[in-house]
Design a protein around this ligand. Structure first.
Ligand code: ZN
Ligand code: ZN
Length: 281
């Protein structure tokens, strides 16, 4: 299983000199296994991934060879979907994409994306995208095949809900758990079970532990739906995970460097994800 990070920043894109090292695009992670292409979230990182896919599939004739992909959305907050309408492969009729998400209070995955692209939000409607698009409503507890991978879904702790995924293939396991908060320092039992003995855990580490408590600026981040590297390490250790990727960053490079150092001291398998990071499991 091959994993590449295309967007690792949380909440909003943050381009500029202070995010050059880890990157300022919002969540998007590519997972590949043999012939299967899985894309986790459609934050702004998906835009660059789209351009890269078109290059990879460039045909000798000048056109492209068919791209088949599976886009798994953690939830519908802007930072996880606002790259979708700019994902160029969706505009070419040769291609086929399957989009998966858990229905929210208002609507299912298709309707939610339709609304995002409807006037006056965007000039091109979802139904006008030329690629063959298929939408799949999934539920926590579901476990289903995606090409030669298998995906299991668990509910996370986040305002409006978010969902974590266990992705298995060729004897390897990765967990995608972003936009989740540890509650009152208690371990999330569902997430602990989901992450058990994974080779890689991608975990919401948006805030520094002191920042989470409000010690930096008298603004506690409790109940904001995000977590810390400390909780990520605790989960990784309890779940016997091999490697931990801190993800959904909420700070600039100099702060993330420090958090990464602290996390590594406690758990050598920890690293801060950055745009372009590739991991072969
Ligand atoms: Zn987010
Ligand atoms: Zn969110």
């Amino acid at each position: 299983m091959f994993v590449k990070f295309w967007g690792v920043h949380g909440s909003l894109p943050c381009p500029g000199p202070k995010t050059l090292k880890y990157g300022g695009n919002t969540p998007c992670v590519e997972v590949r296994s043999d012939g299967t292409l899985l894309i986790l979230d459609a934050g702004t990182g998906i835009v660059e991934l789209g351009m890269d896919l078109l290059l990879r599939h460039r045909a000798a004739s000048g056109g492209i060879t068919k791209i088949v992909g599976h886009i798994l959305l953690s939830h519908f907050h802007w930072d996880h979907v606002h790259g979708f309408a700019f994902f160029r492969p969706c505009y070419l009729r040769e291609n086929e994409f399957h989009v998966y998400g858990v229905r929210n209070l208002e609507a299912n995955v298709r309707t939610t994306l339709e609304r995002q692209m409807a006037e006056p939000n965007f000039p091109i409607r979802l139904e006008h995208l030329a690629a063959s698009l298929h939408f799949h409503d999934i539920e926590p507890g579901d476990s289903f095949p995606v090409g030669d991978l298998n995906v299991t879904v668990a509910k996370l702790s986040h305002p409006g809900d978010s969902y974590g995924y266990r992705i298995e293939g060729n004897g390897k396991v990765m967990i995608y758990a972003t936009d989740t908060e540890h509650v009152d320092d208690e371990m999330d039992e569902a997430l602990l079970k989901l992450a058990y003995k994974a080779d890689l855990l991608v975990y919401d580490s948006m805030f520094a532990p002191e920042q989470y408590l409000g010690l930096w600026d008298k603004l506690p981040r409790r109940k904001w739906g995000h977590s810390t590297w400390e909780q990520g390490v605790a989960l990784a250790q309890a779940a016997k995970v091999k490697r931990l990727a801190l993800f959904h960053h909420g700070n600039e490079d100099s702060v993330i460097e420090e958090l990464e150092k602290q996390a590594k001291e406690r758990f050598p398998g920890a690293m801060a994800a950055y745009e372009g990071l590739e991991i072969q499991l």
